[in-house]
Design a protein around this ligand. Structure first.
Ligand code: GBH
Length: 449
C-alpha cells in the first residue's frame, strides 16, 4: 500500500555520524577523540569491532554519495568530527580536515543533495575530554570557536545546520552511567554535563549566525514515557525519567527555563544568564525517535534493560520491558504510533513556541539484505508521522537512521541500522530491500508532491 502524500517540498533524507562511519581515525592530521580512546580499550566494543576503521567513509564518501543519489535523497545528515577539524579541541585548525568536509559538501551539492552537518555527534576531542569534557564550562566556549571555523568554510554551500546530537544520551550514558565514552559513573553529579552541552548549543547558534550560517537546529532524542503502573511509586519514577529524558534539554532550548527548579539549582555557573543564551531562537527543531519507554520505580528486574545497559539501582527509576510489540534485532519495541504520540506531546507542551520539526533520526536494527522488518518499521513510522502532521504538527522532513550499517557505539558491528549493508572485512556496500523501498517511496512522493 502506497503511503499517503506528504506536502510539496517535504525533505527526504538519511543520517549518519563521523565516529560511526569515517574511520581514518588518525589520518591527515586528525586528533583523537574521547570515543577513539574509549573504543581502543579492550572489551569496550562488542566483538572487538574495529571502530577506528568505521565503514571507511573517509575514503569512500563518493560511493556513499552515489548511493544517496540512487535513493533520490534530498538531504544527507552527516557529522563533522571536531578533532578532525581542531585536533586539540582548541588552537590550530587542521586544514586537511576542513578540506575533507569541503569535498564532501561539494560532492553532495553536485548531486543536488542538501548537506546537513551536525557539529557534535559525541566525538569530543580527547584533550578536552581529559580535562573534564562536558563537566567543564570551557568546553562549551571551545565548541563555539570550532563551530565558527566550520561555518566560515562551509556556510556558502550548507543550507541547514545541526549544532549537537542527543545531549541527553551523552549525559546519561557517558557521564552518569559510564556505558559510553568517557565512561564516568557520576549518576546525578553528571548534570553539569547537561548544562554545558546546552550552553555549547546556544553559543554555537550565535557563532554560526555570526559566520553567515542560516537555518539552524539541533537533534534531541525524545521518547514517550509510559508509566509501569498507576501506583504512586511508578508514576514518580516515570515522571522523573520523562523530565530528564524529554524536557531537561527541550525546555531550556524552547522556553529558556529548566523543567524543574530543583534541576536548575543543581546546574553550575550563572544559570539565568546561560538560559538566555541557550534559548536563542532556532529555525527548526530536530526529533530523534526510536521507541517509547516504560518506566517505573526502581525494581530488580529493571536492571539491564536500558538499551542493554546495566541500570544502577541508585537511580530513582527503573526501565521495564514493553511487551506485546514486535522487537527489532536490538530488542527495541516497534511502536510506530509512539512517534505521533511524541510529536503531539511536544506540540501540547510548546504550542507556537515549537519551531518547524524535522525527524532527524528514525530507524531500526535488523540483520540481512532482505530486511522486511526494516520496511515494516519505516512504513509504520511514516504513516504515524503523516497522522501527526494531519493533527497539526508542522514537520518539514524525515531522515532515516542510517544510510549504511555503521559502528553502533559499544555494540560495534553487531547492530545494523543501514539501508545499505556493509561487509566489514571488505567494506563492500550492498543495498538492502529497504533501500529500494525507500527509493520508491521518495520517487512516488515526488510524483504526487
Ligand atoms: C541514536 O541514539 C544516535 O544518535 C545514533 O548515533 C545511534 O546510532 C542511533 O541512535 C541508534 O542507536 O532499551 O528499548 O528502551 C539513540 C539512543 C535510542 C538510546 C533508544 C536508548 C532505548 C531503547 N537511544 N534507546 S530501549
Amino acid at each position: 500500500m502506497t503511503l499517503p502524500p506528504f506536502p510539496h517540498g517535504f525533505l527526504w533524507g538519511a543520517s549518519a555520524s563521523a565516529f560511526q562511519t569515517e574511520g581514518a581515525a588518525a589520518a591527515e592530521g586528525k586528533g583523537p577523540s574521547g570515543w577513539d580512546a574509549f573504543a581502543a580499550e579492550p572489551g569496550r566494543i562488542k566483538d572487538g569491532a574495529d571502530a577506528a576503521r568505521g565503514t571507511g567513509f573517509h575514503e569512500r564518501y563518493r560511493e556513499d554519495v552515489a548511493l544517496l543519489a540512487g535513493l533520490g535523497a534530498g538531504a544527507f545528515r552527516f557529522s563533522v568530527s571536531w578533532p578532525r577539524v581542531v585536533p586539540g579541541g582548541s588552537g590550530p585548525v587542521n586544514a586537511a580536515g576542513l578540506d575533507f568536509y569541503d569535498r564532501l559538501v561539494d560532492e553532495l551539492c553536485a548531486h543536488g543533495i542538501t548537506p546537513a552537518p551536525t557539529l557534535y555527534h559525541w566525538d569530543t576531542p580527547l584533550e578536552l575530554e581529559e580535562a573534564g569534557g562536558w563537566l567543564q564550562r570551557d568546553t562549551a566556549y571551545r565548541f563555539a570557536d570550532y563551530a565558527r571555523v566550520v561555518a566560515e568554510r562551509l556556510a556558502d554551500r550548507v543550507p541547514m545546520w545541526i549544532t549537537v546530537n542527543e545531549p541527553a544520551e551523552v549525559t546519561l550514558l557517558g557521564y552518569a552511567l559510564g556505558e559510553h565514552a568517557p565512561g564516568k559513573k557520576l549518576l546525578f553529579d553528571a548534570l553539569p554535563a547537561a548544562h554545558h552541552q546546552l550552553l555549547a548549543h546556544g553559543l554555537a547558534v550565535g557563532a554560526l549566525r555570526a559566520a553567515g550560517a542560516r537555518n539552524i537546529g539541533l537533534a534531541v532524542s525524545h521518547t514517550p514515557v509510559w508509566p509501569a503502573s498507576e501506583s504512586e511509586e511508578d508514576r514518580f519514577g516515570a515522571d522523573l525519567y520523562d523530565t530528564i529524558g524529554n524536557w531537561l534539554f527541550a525546555d531550556p532550548i524552547l522556553t529558556g527555563r529548566y523543567p524543574d527548579e530543583n534541576f536548575a539549582a543543581l546546574m553550575p555557573g550563572p544559570v539565568a544568564d546561560d538560559l538566555a543564551v541557550i534559548s536563542a531562537p532556532l529555525d527548526w527543531y530536530g526529533v530523534n525517535y526510536y521507541n517509547p519507554t516504560r518506566v517505573g520505580a526502581p525494581a530488580p528486574e529493571a536492571v539491564e534493560s536500558f538499551a542493554g545497559f546495566e541500570m544502577p539501582a541508585e537511580l530513582p527509576f527503573g526501565i521495564r520491558e514493553i511487551e506485546g510489540y514486535e522487537t527489532t534485532a536490538f530488542g527495541w519495541p516497534v511502536v510506530p504510533d509512539g512517534l505521533r504520540e511524541m510529536l503531539l506531546l511536544l506540540k501540547a507542551r510548546y504550542g507556537d513556541r515549537l519551531p518547524p520539526v524535522y525527524i532527524t533520526e528514525n530507524g531500526c536494527s535488523y540483520d540481512g539484505i532482505e530486511d522486511a522488518g526494516r520496511i515494516r518499521y519505516l512504513d509504520g513510522h511514516l504513516r504515524a508521522l503523516h497522522r501527526a502532521m494531519a493533527e497539526g504538527v508542522d514537520v518539514r522532513g524525515y531522515f532515516v537512521w542510517s544510510l549504511t550499517d555503521n559502528i553502533e557505539w559499544i555494540e560495534g558491528a553487531a547492530q545494523r541500522f543501514g539501508l545499505v549493508h556493509v561487509d566489514y572485512p571488505t567494506l563492500r556496500r550492498t543495498p538492502k530491500d529497504s533501500y529500494r523501498w525507500y527509493r520508491d517511496v521518495i520517487r512516488a512522493q515526488r510524483a504526487v508532491g
